[in-house]
Design a protein around this ligand. Structure first.
Ligand code: ADP
Ligand code: MG
Length: 238
């Protein structure tokens, strides 16, 4: 579960080739970070994996099955949106349980999953609150809880911490890493922040103008950047 393969994935918007053609292998349980400057195509690549954008050509397979034409809900992945995407009028519990309710899950099974997610995220005592009564970090945890309850094959994060202040960001970074260690579920995490990439990733994918410049562990990229772009962005001077 949680293995994602991109084969010659291309995306153009009108005349513009935003992703000219990407090959990538994401292994089960890996924490993969897409990093690169603003506008390089990180969100587009993540949205292609999620199924929120259609590929212009190429294939995406998930756990060995062709998922290229599957709608988002059938891919078994969960996209974590920023905390402001919570429903302000619903309790934390209802926010976390919302996707299960939409899926028509049996309420007892839904309750079990909500309690389990709340426990992992230290939200057990906050289930009756509304998002407005929570801190920024707690709100972000609720957004993650809403993904956890679906028990996805992989979590997809698009700059989930960019709304938080610097101190909170460091703490949440740590929490997401710990969550990965306890769930052992594949995570694909988009950021333009080199420090985030270096501290969180098993594998970093460096993107530049829709192309992969280099894929490797943080140490690989730091010590053996393939070119000046990677060196300038992440590595020691080449
Ligand atoms: P990043 O997340 O790395 O900042 P994006 O994936 O959001 O980059 O965008 C990559 C490029 O694709 C940008 O030039 C952006 O303007 C363009 N783009 C993204 N979405 C669309 C869209 N729906 N229509 C047209 N152009 C888009
Ligand atoms: Mg983006």
């Amino acid at each position: 579960m949680g293995q994602i393969t991109l084969h010659q994935v291309r995306k153009s918007f009108g005349e513009v080739d935003v992703i000219p053609g990407v090959d990538l292998e994401i292994k089960d349980g890996e924490f993969v970070v897409f990093v690169g400057p603003s506008g390089c195509g990180k969100s587009t690549l993540l949205r292609l994996i999620a199924g929120l954008e259609d590929t212009t050509s190429g294939t995406i397979s998930i756990d060995g099955k062709d998922a290229t034409a599957l709608p988002p809900a059938k891919r078994g992945l969960a996209m974590v949106f920023q905390s402001y995407a919570l429903y302000p009028h619903m309790s934390v519990k209802k926010n976390i349980g919302f996707p299960l309710k939409m899926a028509g899950m049996d309420p007892a099974e839904a309750e079990t999953r909500i309690q389990r997610a709340a426990s992992v995220l230290n939200l057990t005592n906050y289930l009756d609150r509304k998002p407005g009564q929570l801190s920024g970090g707690q709100r972000q945890r609720v957004a993650i809880g809403r993904a956890i309850v679906r028990e996805p094959a992989a979590f997809l994060f698009d700059e989930p911490l960019s709304n938080l202040d610097a101190a909170l960001r460091v703490g949440m970074r740590q929490e997401i890493s710990e969550l990965h260690q306890s769930l052992k579920t594949t995570m694909v995490y988009v950021t333009h922040d080199q420090v985030e990439a270096m501290t969180m990733a098993d594998k970093i994918v460096v993107l530049n103008a829709g192309r992969i410049e280099q894929v490797g562990s943080p140490l690989d990229l730091y010590h053996s950047p393939k070119n000046l772009f990677v060196a300038g962005f992440i590595g020691s001077p080449k």
